[in-house]
Ligand binder design. Structure first.
Ligand SMILES: NC(=O)c1ccc[n+]([C@@H]2O[C@H](COP(=O)([O-])OP(=O)(O)OC[C@H]3O[C@@H](n4cnc5c(N)ncnc54)[C@H](O)[C@@H]3O)[C@@H](O)[C@H]2O)c1
Length: 256
């Protein structure tokens, strides 16, 4: 799909990977609604990037907030790309802690909500809006790029909630691509390994060494710009569909 002049929604657009994606898409000629529950940080980024962007403060779980993001993106151009980056962990821990305490059910539910349900919610509502677009010469009306994690394949000890939530995102890629094919919307997901976002770079050197020791090559964290570059590649390449793509320097998480 040709990106120039079209608009996108980036959820979690004020965060580490999200803000790099916003910058990259603007650099590629797109207009972007920066949708994040941290409306202040989204607003700061929109102020810095100017006209091609709008900040929308809101939660991906909330249908009204998502509708506001869709309206904002549509006001900037034909809404053709949704990048779901919002997500993360909310604590976690082992299924049964060493002291015998079972995992908090609410922590599991909240992690599912923040990642899997939020991603599904924005996808269903945005794809419905994309269905009204004029198709391009390939019959394409839009693209959805979701963000999972390699923890969705090989979650570590203490990641049962996060690993399950990211596995749900990996699991929705193919059925969603099949569902949305009749309206010309493609769906892919990116499963990042350890990415050098500001939070990850703020840890001690010793912790950083631990985080990259199993990365096969190159022996470093991924750059947020490398994530953004993959989003752009997926959006541009019309034959990429229904696929989960690891972005991890061949890292495979060890059990702990
Ligand atoms: N950084 C990594 O190493 C890494 C690795 C694998 C996967 N990921 C995934 O990539 C995504 C982004 O990670 P990041 O490191 O940039 O995190 P981050 O915390 O910097 O950014 C996440 C952003 O999402 C927003 N957000 C969270 N929940 C939201 C909600 N319900 N509604 C709207 N906005 C919400 C937050 O305010 C934040 O700005 C997450 O889904 C994370 O699980 C990150």
């Amino acid at each position: 799909m040709n990106l120039k002049g079209r608009s996108a929604i980036v959820t979690g657009g004020a965060g580490g990977l999200g803000s790099a994606t916003v910058r990259h898409l603007v650099g590629s000629g797109m207009h972007v609604a920066i949708f994040d529950r941290d409306g202040d940080r989204a607003g700061e980024l929109a102020k810095e990037l100017g006209d091609p962007t709008i900040a929308v403060g809101g939660d991906v779980i909330d249908d009204e907030d998502v509708a506001a993001a869709i309206r904002a993106a549509t006001s900037l151009g034909t809404l053709s790309l949704l990048v779901n980056v919002a997500g993360g962990g909310v604590g976690g821990g082992r299924t049964v802690a060493r002291d015998g305490t079972p995992h908090e059910k609410t922590a599991f539910v909240m992690t599912m909500e923040m990642n899997a349900i939020g991603t599904f919610n924005t996808s269903r509502l945005t794809a419905a809006a994309m269905a009204g677009n004029e198709p391009d010469e390939e019959g394409e009306r839009g693209v959805v790029v979701n963000t999972a994690s390699i923890a969705g394949y090989e979650g570590q000890v203490g990641q049962v909630a996060y690993g399950s939530a990211k596995a749900a995102i990996l699991g929705m890629t193919l059925p969603m691509a099949r569902d949305l094919a009749p309206i010309g919307v493609r769906v892919c997901a990116i499963a990042p390994g350890t990415m050098g976002t500001p939070i990850m770079l703020s840890v001690s050197d010793r912790m950083k060494e631990g985080l990259v020791k199993d990365v096969v090559f190159p022996g470093r964290m991924g750059r947020p710009e490398e994530f953004a570059l993959l989003v752009e590649s997926i959006a541009r390449n019309s034959y990429l569909n229904g696929e989960n793509i690891r972005l991890d320097g061949a890292l495979r998480f060890a059990p702990k």
